[in-house]
Design a protein around this ligand. Structure first.
Ligand code: ADE
Length: 237
């Protein structure tokens, strides 16, 4: 997969050299480039913003550098992803959809946002996505989050693909609690069932915990879960 990130703070993206994203880049599974939007300015001050039409606080990103940046890095078959508090809430399903794309371009807005005409006239499809109902300084951290969610879904990135099917949000539910050694720690014991060796019983326990957690912590997800699936194990135990 190819990814181009455009930002006025390219240094924000140094974490993308680390850990499994860094490894995916090293092995060629992920071809990622970060660009400084100011490369595509043409004045001596390398201006990227101006005051908003209609008045109001803050500054808005001017359209010209963005248009020049898209001409340089994008094609009509790219997908433009713009993190923004006015975007559609980003979900695991969105991560999977983005992971299936060949080329993503991320546009990181700052200040009060990007001139709307940039999105309205972009020479490729556009997706505005929000990480949640709060406001960040800009899109940079959101892109790092989205890149983590996407990269771990790319074939070959995770050693054990089972971890993708058994994790929270893969089936619309939260994952059951997990434990490791020691079996007894600080007066607290690992649930007996997990030490029983009975895989059927363990699968049923995990399923119950998963339903219970989802119902109590995320009633919105529980409501959306197909009722006919409750009480059934999704896979043979
Ligand atoms: N940029 C600023 N706030 C944001 C949010 N909540 N989600 C995505 N991008 C943002």
């Amino acid at each position: 997969m190819r990814v181009d990130i455009i930002s006025i703070f390219p240094d924000y993206f140094s974490p993308l050299d680390l850990s499994l994203i860094g490894k995916a880049r090293g092995t060629g599974l992920l071809d990622l480039s970060v660009h400084d939007l100011r490369t595509w300015t043409s004045d001596v001050h390398r201006t990227v913003d101006d005051s908003p039409y209609g008045g109001g606080p803050g500054m808005v990103m001017r359209p010209e550098p963005w248009a020049a940046a898209f001409s340089a890095v994008a094609s009509p078959s790219s997908l433009l992803v713009v993190p923004s508090p006015v975007g559609k809430p980003f979900t695991q399903a969105d991560a999977a959809a983005l992971a299936a794309q060949e080329h993503l371009v991320f546009a990181c807005g700052r200040y009060e946002g990007i001139d709307q005409r940039v999105l309205d006239s972009a020479p490729m499809p556009v997706r505005e996505v929000s990480l949640g109902d709060y406001v960040l300084f800009g899109g940079e951290v959101a892109v790092i989050v989205i890149m983590e969610a996407i990269t771990r879904l790319l074939p070959g990135v995770l050693g054990n693909a089972d971890s993708l099917t058994e994790e929270s949000h893969s089936d619309g539910l939260l994952e059951a609690p997990v434990y490791t050694k020691p079996a007894s720690w600080d007066g607290l014991d690992v649930p007996e069932v997990l030490r029983s060796g009975d895989h059927g019983k363990i699968a049923r326990w995990r399923r119950e915990q998963s339903l219970l957690r989802t119902a109590t912590r995320r009633p919105d997800l529980f409501e959306a879960y197909p009722p006919e699936k409750i009480g059934k194990l999704d896979r043979a135990a």
